[in-house]
Design a protein around this ligand. Structure first.
Ligand code: ATP
Ligand code: MG
Length: 314
């Protein structure tokens, strides 16, 4: 039954996704605000009425002595792209693991689509996870399987669709990321950017309600980054999906996010639209958003004076 639903929905979505190619210019930086005030306005009245898809309240999480979250609140709205940004080690990947139920809060709550993650049994959690597409930081493809088989894998695992339908769905997902022609290749024959797009096709194979992206732009050349930026925006808008992007690539993330949370040292420093954060009156946020090397976060790690180190004084 679920398989049938997936299949029907995918066909409904396909033309919109494919049409996106002709609309690429909408997603460039210069056209972004026009798009923002154009298409996305349609979504706003509904999004306002709906409670957030993900609601995090007073969440605390530590690893050993290290406090990673110290009572944070985060709301992820339906149908939007929300970015979680912060320096390396600030807990971005950990937050995605808490949202997807791979880790449990030590106190506070994570609620996804009305369900409290820590109250779910194994089967319920599994079912909820099937509705989340994940593109993890180290989310490598299965190296022994072809591109086609990598994308087919979740469909074979989780649905009872006949092979002929799976074939159509796989080709459609690959078409959506521009790689239908690469379906016979093995992962070792792909560039880093292509591999990430195949992983994205695999993440959307089951038509999830949301996608969690962990550092989707890292290690990509500027062209691949541009392709990924427009792909993420297009998938989000055409499929009415909710996207959560974790990243420290400020420029790319700010160019597509509707809402950004900046986290550091266990707390939410600030949240708002990219424009609001760029013009924040908090020096820390500005230093981060404008990628300045020095500011409230000093360039130098705390150290004794140079003389003391060079002359061996204590
Ligand atoms: N499995 C683990 N065991 C112990 N500590 C961990 C583990 N995973 C992460 N940490 C620690 O938790 C903190 C947050 O890690 P996390 O990976 O969430 O950071 P991040 O913001 O995603 O960093 P990056 O931008 O480098 O990916 C770090 O101090 C890290 O060392
Ligand atoms: Mg990380």
């Amino acid at each position: 039954m679920r398989g049938k639903l997936c299949f029907r929905r995918a066909f409904v979505l396909a033309p919109t996704l494919l049409r996106g190619d002709a609309e690429k210019h909408h997603y460039s930086k210069h056209h972004y605000s026009k798009h923002q005030h154009g298409n996305r306005l349609e979504l706003t009245p509904m999004a306002k009425k709906q409670p957030p898809l993900i609601k995090i309240r007073n969440l605390s999480f530590s690893r050993g002595e290290k406090v990673i979250f110290d009572g944070i609140d985060v709301d992820i709205p339906h149908g939007k792209i929300t970015a979680i940004m912060g320096p390396s080690g600030s807990g971005k990947t950990t937050l995605l693991k808490l949202i997807s139920g791979q880790l449990m809060p030590q106190s506070g709550t994570v609620e996804v689509d009305g369900e409290l993650i820590h109250e779910l049994g194994t089967r319920q959690l599994y079912r909820l996870r099937m509705r989340m597409g994940m593109l993890f930081q180290s989310g490598a493809l299965l190296t022994d399987l072809s591109v086609y088989d990598n994308v087919a894998y979740p469909l074979i695992e989780h649905t009872r669709l006949p092979r002929s339908m799976i074939r159509k769905l796989v080709l459609m997902k690959l078409e959506a990321v521009g790689l239908r022609g690469a379906h016979d290749l093995m992962p070792s024959e792909l560039s880093g950017g292509m591999a990430r797009r195949v992983a994205l096709a695999r993440a959307i194979a089951l038509d999830p309600m949301m996608i969690l992206y962990d550092e989707p732009f890292s290690g990509q050349d500027p062209i691949s980054m541009g392709v990924l930026v427009s792909l993420i925006r297009r998938l989000n808008d055409a499929a009415r999906m909710t996207s959560v992007i974790v990243s420290h690539d400020v420029h790319e993330t700010a160019s597509i996010a509707d809402l950004i949370y900046v986290i550091s040292e266990g707390r939410v420093i600030e949240h708002g639209t990219p424009e609001a954060l760029m013009n924040s009156n908090k020096p820390w946020t500005r230093q981060f958003m404008l990628a300045q090397a020095d500011g409230p976060v000093p360039f130098h790690h705390p150290a004794p004076s140079l003389e003391a180190d060079f002359l061996g004084e204590s």
